[in-house]
Design a protein around this ligand. Structure first.
Ligand SMILES: C[S@@+](CC[C@H](N)C(=O)[O-])C[C@H]1O[C@@H](n2cnc3c(N)ncnc32)[C@H](O)[C@@H]1O
Length: 212
């Protein structure tokens, strides 16, 4: 597996609302974007300037708020399985003043993605941050939902280096690790995708859709 390194500028992005959401997440052990991953996500968004963003895994709206702050003219379509997180995210989008730019879905991502694909929706940028063991299952739908030239940014693909390293993989995590390896193999070998894998945060794969 070819894991690349990249030198990034350091962006300033922590507004009071983001500090508030981050504190809320930290106090309740809700997993949200790591600092370095957020910095890289912002870098990619600035590079591609998407107008339509799809997110899998809203949680409490931390990454969604970062993405809309970085791309103020974009819309965000985002989905979340947990009612509590969905409600808190809505509150945070409202506090940030972006609720009118957000299409929020409550439900299982696989079903929501199927519905969006049936409606022939297309996006410029996809932030994949839902259940890690499901990335490979979502991939054909994400391919349909992404415009040619669009970017698929997938977080946690190295999963604490269990995916690429000699780390022992506990039995409970084995399916996730096997499925993440399948995902990485697919985006690296399929001609649809031009992909790069980075050891930023918990591992990020950035794939550009280069073929319809
Ligand atoms: C890592 S968190 C997302 C963090 C968020 N993107 C951020 O950085 O602010 C993953 C989220 O995916 C949600 N999730 C898990 N399984 C899901 C599913 N099958 N469909 C939709 N969302 C799911 C979890 O409830 C959790 O909130």
């Amino acid at each position: 597996m070819n894991i690349e390194t990249i030198t990034l500028p350091k962006y300033t992005w922590k507004t009071p609302i983001l500090e508030h959401i981050e504190r809320y997440a930290r106090d309740r052990f809700i997993p949200v974007l790591l600092e370095d991953t957020a910095n890289f996500l912002i870098h990619c968004l600035k590079q591609y300037n998407p107008q339509s963003i799809l997110e899998i895994g809203t949680a409490i709206g931390y990454s969604g708020t970062i993405m809309l702050q970085t791309c103020p003219t974009a819309t965000l379509t985002t989905m979340e399985l947990e009612q509590d997180s969905y409600d808190i995210a809505k509150q945070h989008f409202q506090e940030f003043g972006v609720l009118d730019k957000v299409h929020q879905y409550l439900g299982d991502a696989y079903i929501v993605l199927q519905q969006l694909a049936q409606q022939q929706k297309k996006f410029d940028f996809i932030f994949l941050d839902g259940p890690k063991g499901q990335y490979i299952k979502y991939l054909p739908l994400l391919e349909k939902l992404l415009k040619k030239g669009g970017i698929l940014f997938a977080d946690n693909v190295l999963f604490k280096h269990m995916v690429d390293g000699p780390e022992f993989v506990p039995h409970k995590k084995r399916t996730i690790v096997v499925n993440l390896r399948k995902y990485l193999n697919e985006i690296v070998t399929q001609p649809t995708w031009q992909s790069h894998i980075y050891a930023i945060g918990d591992g990020v794969a950035v794939s550009q859709k280069i073929k319809e």
